[in-house]
Design a protein around this ligand. Structure first.
Ligand code: FPP
Length: 253
């Protein structure tokens, strides 16, 4: 096994890793190919990272596979991405089950074409009893969409008396988000050398560590993932406290 792999402390892994998989289009262009070819190769990286994370027994892996804004891409590219989603689900459901991985999704999935939606629901259903890693696909997802929905639902519940406005706190807000059953990400990775969050998990990443990799997503391997785990483990997460408070456990410092 590699150097990075051997440096990983199995007892200090992030519980939830979220990834913005970026750079498929540029990778394809650099290789003189259409954008869809980049997405096709991006699936290999999805498989590699899912396998690496599951092997390390990371509990949650969220992948930004299709954003609300991606609906504005050319129809041909949207069709290619939807086709890839279907073929990947078809090809990988058995492997997910074999590896005890549960598939979930966040996003406005009702917007997906019906055959894609049905395939997705079939895989979610088939893997629902698995107790290992949760692979969470963000599809037709954006934070502003999610936050808008949350505000709408909370105000409906206040109107009907299910909730009072004074009860609203950060826990209540989290419980109205699509990620209500998932802990906040400990680590957010974005590939392709872009330093942006692009409407992804804005509420949930309040205390996440951020890692920006210059690697284009189709070139992203298990090795890159291991390297990031090692980097993450060198960081001290303070959640607003002082370094001394964290190191000694003494709140008065
Ligand atoms: C960003 O690259 C990537 C996407 C919009 C889609 C990611 C999708 C996959 C990797 C394949 C399908 C996924 C699954 C889970 C089966 P970009 O096209 O924005 O790249 P660019 O910034 O270089 O143009």
């Amino acid at each position: 096994m590699s150097d990075f792999y051997n440096q990983i402390n199995r007892n200090a892994l992030p519980c939830h890793v979220a990834i913005i998989m970026d750079g498929n289009g540029r990778w394809a262009k650099a290789n003189g190919k259409p954008r869809a070819y980049g997405h096709l190769n991006g699936v290999k990286s999805v498989r590699a990272v899912t396998e690496a994370a599951a092997e390390l027994q990371i509990k949650y892996l969220t992948l930004y596979a299709f954003s609300t804004e991606n609906w504005n891409r050319p129809k041909e590219e949207i069709d290619a991405l939807m086709g890839l989603l279907v073929s990947t689900i078809e090809a990988e459901t058995a492997t997910l089950n074999k590896n005890n991985v549960r598939l979930t999704t966040i996003g406005d999935t009702k917007r997906l074409p019906e055959p894609v939606y049905n395939k997705l629901m079939g895989c979610i259903e088939s893997t629902s009893a698995n107790t290992g890693m949760t692979l969470n696909l963000a599809l037709s997802y954006s934070s502003r969409w999610e936050i808008t929905e949350m505000v709408r639902h909370i105000s409906e519940d206040v109107k009907t008396g299910k909730l009072t406005s004074s009860q609203i706190d950060d826990k209540i807000i989290s419980s109205y988000l699509t990620t209500k059953n998932i802990p906040d990400p400990d680590l957010l990775i974005r590939t392709s050398g872009e330093y942006r969050i692009s409407n992804f998990l804005l509420w949930q990443i309040a205390y996440a560590e951020l890692y920006f990799s210059s690697v284009m997503w189709p070139d992203f391997t298990k090795e890159h993932f291991y390297e990031i785990m090692v980097d993450y483990q060198k960081r001290q997460r303070r959640f607003g406290k002082t370094g001394e408070q964290i190191e000694t456990g003494n709140e008065n410092l």
